[in-house]
Design a protein around this ligand. Sequence first.
Ligand code: UDP
Length: 239
Amino acid sequence: PAAPTQYGRVMLKISGEALMGDQGFGLHPPTVSRIADEVESVAKMGVQVSMVIGGGNIFRGLQGSAQGMERTTADYMGMLATVMNALAMQSALEAKGLHCRVISAIRMDEVCEPYIRRRAIRHLEKGRIVIFAAGTGNPYFTTDTAATLRANEMNCEAIFKGTKVDGVYDKDPKKFPDAKRYGDVTYDEVLQKHLGVMDASAIALARDNRLPIIVFSLDEPGGFRTILEGNGTYTRVHS
Ligand code: UDP
């Protein structure tokens, strides 16, 4: 039986690096499958799940441009990397018998669906997991901004940002044992104190639409479900 949750529709944002496991690069299928387990347990509660996955495990536009590549071209390569990650996650979800659609901000009809808002909402209503790929489709943006944009468009109740730590700290908790976790923090505090939640444009977009951001650890098995049930430790960013 599904446990009660206040959420009907959510956005899960994970970085590309979350899919590489202990490797320094690329995709680690057992890790992808483990994250798919997290998504499955939430989908089984009846929550509609949309996802955005970064591309940093394969390519980052800024790195390419630092090595002399033209910036917008490098950013398009980064967006293509997110499509590969989305396809890997789709495959892992389907292996568990879940229904999933990859929707790309850059058309590639042989590979996945194009972004059509009403169609994406329909998929969610039918209980399909929707993975938004290729970021916003524009260079100079990040997948954090893409997650915030799509979460707004899909009328998600919150963005869940799965990371390696269970919230936002005043300093790196892996380096400083006295680091303090914020339970609640405002968008403005995140911007003023440069807390590493998401980049500034993503935070501003969330703030202007009062979309809460919940930062939690994806390293704990069952963590995503626990947070949706209102338990566990996390940081909630709100107005
Ligand atoms: N990117 C972009 N526009 C977007 C989203 C992503 O140009 O709307 C590019 C950008 O080059 C970025 C790369 O895709 O470096 C991978 O995305 P991101 O760095 O957000 O991935 P993450 O750090 O979450 O793995």
